[in-house]
Design a protein around this ligand. Sequence first.
Ligand code: 6PG
Length: 250
Amino acid sequence: MFIGDLRIHADANTLIEAVASRWVDIANEAISTRGKFHVALSGGSTPRTLYNLLALPKFAEHIPWDRVHVYFGDERTVPPDHNDSNFRMAKEALLDRVAIPLAHIHRIKGELEDPHDAADVYTRELTTNLPLSAQGVAQFDLLLLGVGTDGHIASLFPATPVLHERARLVEAVRVEKLDCWRITVTLPVIDHARHVLILISGDAKAPIIRDVFATRRTPPFPVQLINPQGVLEWHLDQAAAALLPEELRS
Ligand code: 6PG
């Protein structure tokens, strides 16, 4: 498995501070080099504290928000004001608190009746707004990911057909075990991002992190399928890293 850069932080606060600083650095590098910063947010619970922190002046004032374009790596099939909406979480924690133009917020329309339509609409949103990588794939400057206790990333869950998708950028996926549909970017989009930052916190994630780093499972965990063309950084806190072998933790 491609490991990339593994960084273990003392605790959850130090982890979030470090990732917020990386965000600022990557944003300013993209803006000074290409004029814009295209970032895909992850959902779930872990990134909420990061988004809250980025909205604070000590970070927000170092980001030219008028040059930032925000997207989402995946979304639940719910309206934007629903409790389960990744957009709503990010809006309340960050987007409502910084001077980002509304036109620069590219959310996934989880409320559409047919999730396949939502995937097609979002594919057009990405191909219309994102630059292309050298291989011609829509390219984010930064894509944030969390990892589920089953090894899923975005809404790429174990044993789902979307894991084999190599052409489409966005897919609607049926997640039987959650009895729901999700809309998610596919592995090619993740692989072609300039920077992929994986953010993992808490002891509940220690067993999956041990297994992801230690075992070459068949079939692999979805997170083990990442093959980044750009930079991959794992940011863990000590609790999430607790079961890693000593040589990886030192
Ligand atoms: C989602 C996320 C998902 C998340 C993991 C980890 O929509 O739920 O995109 O991939 O990152 O499930 O979630 P937690 O941070 O809540 O553990």
